[in-house]
Design a protein around this ligand. Sequence first.
Ligand SMILES: *Cc1c(COP(=O)(O)O)cnc(C)c1O
Length: 392
Amino acid sequence: MVQAFHYSFDMDNYMTKERFSQFREFASARETPFLVTSLGIVAKKYDELKKSMPYANVYYAVKANPTEEVLRLLNERGSCFDIASVCELDLMLRLGVNPGRLSFGNTIKKARDIRYAYERGVRLFASDAESDVRKLAENAPGSNVFFRILADGVGADWPLSRKFGAQPDVIFENILLAKEMKLNPRGISFHVGSQQLDVTQWRSALKTCKELFDAAGKKGVELDLLNMGGGFPAHYTHPVKETCVYAAEITDYIREFFGEEFPRVIVEPGRYMVGDAGILVTEIVMISNKERESGIPWLYIDAGKFGGLIETLDECIRYPIYTDRTGEANDYILAGPTCDSMDLLYEKNPYRLPSGLREGDRLFFFTAGAYTQTYSSVFFNGFPPLRSYVID
Ligand SMILES: *Cc1c(COP(=O)(O)O)cnc(C)c1O
């Protein structure tokens, strides 16, 4: 059977046909490109995670989709938040979120930003460097600190490897230093890489956590906090295991290393929470053939790398694309509308879409609720930032 789009409504319980009609109705009167996020789907994702990991505290990673309505909804449901900057802190405080429910999860911080957060009531910080521990001790005295270990990001479609975290021996020294400097070393964190498809990556990270808990314990520092970061997947073109399957396996790993006495567990989902909730609606600007005989046609749309689709870098994230056209499928190279030649979406691995596509047709990028709107450029080439709407 020829597949005219990369999405099967039956496969997935978030984007049902009914929900999609709701999106489409909202989208019909608006000019493309834009993002629409469904609050109903975000709520469902949050509830499902809480149900699958009732012992975990959810700290939503604000950067994934900082739309106010999304943040308000999660706040009402009892979520805490992982913030990375002074601006995200101000946003959360403006929405009335108690600073006790915020975690400053960015390991790269200026001393004055640490102080700013501390003065406003933030008492939980991530750290992965000696210099940062010293800055924390001076500007956020007595605060709770968790220490981030390196994870290599193997198995992740969007790895965060190398930049964050440090080797366990460095972390161990930092824990002792923090204690000495009268901070409150609480635990260990890691991030297995975003869109992590290999659940066993949590196991190796948890093993290292346990080793550090034990080593610190021997020096009289009792750690009790496990921050398992993000990495839980959204539904792109690759099939992924359901949330409850991930959760059950991860819970088993925790039990394997920590026994029945779980430490306090934090998860920081970003992509998982909002990815499936968004659709980025685009229009075909031009279809062209660059060679007379053979060659794959180019399909230029009105959103690209600078219009919210930056995660197509290296063709890492492959969004399911829906079109109303049906019929025989053809390979297409997809590109954005700007005058930068890196504004290409999929060339190495072209997309199969119906051969009847015409300029002016709409392409719906599913699973676009995470890492799109705030990643769009301010005004490159005169294209405004991606507009963003929410629906119930
Ligand atoms: C970005 C980020 C997350 C969210 O990661 P996802 O893979 O989107 O779930 C969680 N924690 C930290 C510290 C982050 O920087």
